[in-house]
Design a protein around this ligand. Structure first.
Ligand code: HEC
Ligand code: HEC
Ligand code: HEC
Ligand code: HEC
Ligand code: HEC
Length: 474
């Protein structure tokens, strides 16, 4: 039994162009795969294009090759059968040692192929679920979400944990719609910006609540909102709120009142973005009441939505800021010096201008900001031009985190439903306009959701008492 006699039957049948091409493809894929194996086993491939080649293209080549080998053999056999040359050369009988060897050969190679192919499939699926695939492969489309995500509280949560969730049927569904999305990106045929709310997002119960237990919610939460004025001194004031976040089971506080035991809120949005809500149904302890704005007819039942986490936390991770809030944070962090006269005012001015692309912004924002100080405060510019430079860089960074002209995303494109000062948010329902039969309205009482501990104060007592000195730059 020499190696040659083992391989003979295989060579005999596969000696045709199709099968030989197949063999070449399988070999190329296998060798390349072996070369990358040390890196892939360490999970080291995060570069999106490299990932596409190793995890998506190689398995395709491998699979194509595998299919071509038997196909070629089949065609060759058929040809031979037609020309009546087959049976004489190679009787199909297990007593034929050649056939036995062929069978063994096929069994062994199939086993090896299954091992390789399963590794391929596993890493391909794993890769398609990875943050770098979701966030970076389709760079233009996902760049805004990926950028915001990287500085969010969920920066270590994979995209798929919120967008797909566990379970085979959602996995399949996402892969099927995913194919359409890949084509849309290749053909540049996608909406800019991507419209929200995302319709096929899985219910919060199966995503958010795999990590956040809805029965265990927070106590009151003290929130300090530092604001820098647009005056020469960039005067700092604080608004301090005690937010009544509340607990799920207790039916108290913000969470409890909408999601507590036995509580259900259903609503009808009259626009696609769910920003106008004329009809709200509230069920608690078995009692149901309906709050409507004047003149609202009975809504179409198929458009009524049960409220969940996403109706308030629609931006848990893709948090696009307002320029004012982003600058305040820059001041607090000491990245923008509050000693620069009118820093906030000028920063806002350059940030709110229209730029055709991020690179145009990069050419203009720092230069224009610096020129304010060069022209108006030449002496200060000389002394602290490092501060000016650093501030200019940070202002550009703020722009790049929040405005994406190539996707038509600018300040305020995506509303954030938490709060009520920058967008309608809670006041979509809590506006005193939604009334029950008996005249009771959904409250806008300022103390229902938060106690206002301090409003625009320079040195709120509560912060001094607590020893908090936020916003004071060293
Ligand atoms: C903590 C959960 C969470 C994670 C993690 C997450 N997303 Fe989202 N994402 C959401 C929610 C919720 C929405 C829906 C916003 C809406 O409907 O208003 C959304 C919306 C989007 C949208 C639609 C456009 C927009 O800005 O609303 C895109 C695109 C997107 N996500 C991409 C990604 C990518 C890429 C990643 C990983 C880098 C990711 N997401 C990670 C929760 C998440
Ligand atoms: C895989 C786990 C995971 C999933 C899924 C998840 N979260 Fe979170 N979430 C976290 C962790 C961990 C933190 C705490 C991060 C920190 O404190 O730095 C957090 C923090 C938060 C916070 C507080 C943020 C802050 O500013 O303090 C909110 C609100 C939140 N998540 C809402 C959501 C919503 C809404 C969803 C569903 C769309 C969701 N989360 C899905 C793990 C998760
Ligand atoms: C009615 C609106 C609303 C709904 C519905 C809602 N939340 Fe919240 N949630 C808030 C507000 C308001 C806060 C506090 C403000 C903030 O953190 O910015 C908050 C805070 C949180 C926090 C941070 C708690 C802390 O101590 O910092 C987490 C985590 C959270 N929510 C998760 C969820 C999850 C998960 C769901 C769905 C089961 C949910 N929320 C539903 C309004 C809501
Ligand atoms: C879809 C409509 C809707 C939205 C959006 C909404 N709520 Fe409510 N909320 C209700 C309804 C309905 C009630 C119960 C009213 C009643 O029974 O008087 C309620 C009750 C409350 C209560 C209890 C008030 C009281 O007097 O006891 C709080 C607190 C509250 N909501 C906070 C919030 C916050 C914070 C937000 C935004 C993050 C928000 N709600 C967004 C519909 C909504
Ligand atoms: C339905 C609940 C609710 C009601 C009613 C309500 N607020 Fe608020 N308010 C919120 C939430 C939620 C936030 C966001 C806190 C955060 O940013 O985390 C907020 C934030 C604020 C802020 C800080 C805004 C900022 O700069 O970010 C101010 C000021 C404020 N509220 C004032 C008021 C006043 C005045 C009233 C009475 C007319 C009122 N609120 C009624 C829920 C409510």
């Amino acid at each position: 039994m020499t190696l040659r006699s083992w391989i003979t039957p295989f060579l005999f049948f596969s000696n045709n162009v199709v099968s030989l091409t197949g063999v070449v493809l399988v070999t190329i894929a296998t060798v390349t795969w072996l070369l990358f194996l040390p890196v892939t086993l360490r999970g080291g491939i995060t570069h999106p294009y490299f990932g596409i080649i190793v995890y998506l293209l190689l398995p395709c080549i491998f699979g194509l090759g595998l299919v071509m080998i038997p196909l070629g053999i089949y065609w060759r056999r058929r040809k031979q059968r037609i020309s009546q040359t087959l049976l004489g050369d190679f009787p199909l009988d297990l007593r034929n040692p050649n056939l036995r060897r062929l069978t063994m050969f096929v069994l062994v190679t199939t086993f090896v192929n299954i091992v390789i192919a399963s590794q391929f499939t596993y890493s391909a699926i794993d890769y398609m679920d990875s943050v770098s695939f979701c966030g970076q492969t389709c760079h233009t489309v996902m760049q805004p979400e990926f950028t915001a995500y990287q500085v969010s509280p969920h920066a270590r949560v994979e995209c798929v944990s919120c967008h797909i969730g566990a379970g085979a049927s959602w996995f399949l569904r996402s892969k099927i719609t995913g194919v359409g999305q890949v084509f849309a990106v290749m053909l540049h045929n996608y909406p800019k910006p991507i419209p929200t709310p995302v319709r096929n997002l899985r219910p919060a119960k199966e995503t958010c609540e795999t990590c956040h237990w809805s029965q265990h919610f927070a106590d009151d939460r003290l929130v300090d909102i530092p604001t820098y004025a647009e005056d020469e001194q960039n005067t700092l004031t604080h608004t301090v709120l005690l937010l009544h976040v509340g607990g799920g089971q207790s039916r108290l506080g913000i969470h409890g009142r909408h999601l507590g035991e036995g509580v259900r809120v259903r609503y009808y949005p009259s626009d696609d973005r769910r920003q106008n809500i004329p009809w709200v149904e509230y069920t608690a302890a078995g009692e149901t009441s309906v709050f409507v704005t004047a003149g609202t007819p009975q809504p179409d039942p198929s458009k009524v939505r049960v409220m969940d986490c996403m109706d308030c936390h629609n931006r848990p991770t893709h948090v696009f800021q307002s320029p004012e809030r982003a600058l305040d944070q820059g001041f607090v962090a000491g990245q923008i010096s509050s000693t620069l006269p009118f820093a906030k005012k000028w920063a806002l001015e350059v940030l709110k201008k229209n730029y055709s692309s991020q690179s145009e912004a990069a050419r203009n924002i720092p230069a224009v900001f610096e020129s304010y100080y060069q022209n108006n405060y030449p002496k200060l510019y000389e002394q602290s031009h490092k501060d000016v430079l650093r501030a200019a860089e940070q202002i550009l960074a703020i722009y790049k985190r929040n405005v994406f002209p190539q996707m038509n995303i600018t300040w305020g494109t995506y509303p954030n439903n938490i709060g009520h000062t920058e967008f309608t948010g809670c006041f979509r329902c809590h506006d005193e306009q939604h009334a029950r039969n008996d005249g009771k309205t959904i409250t806008q009482d300022c103390t229902a959701c938060h106690s206002m501990v301090a409003v625009d104060e320079k040195q709120p007592k509560i912060l001094t008492d607590l020893g908090v000195e936020q916003g004071k730059q060293p």
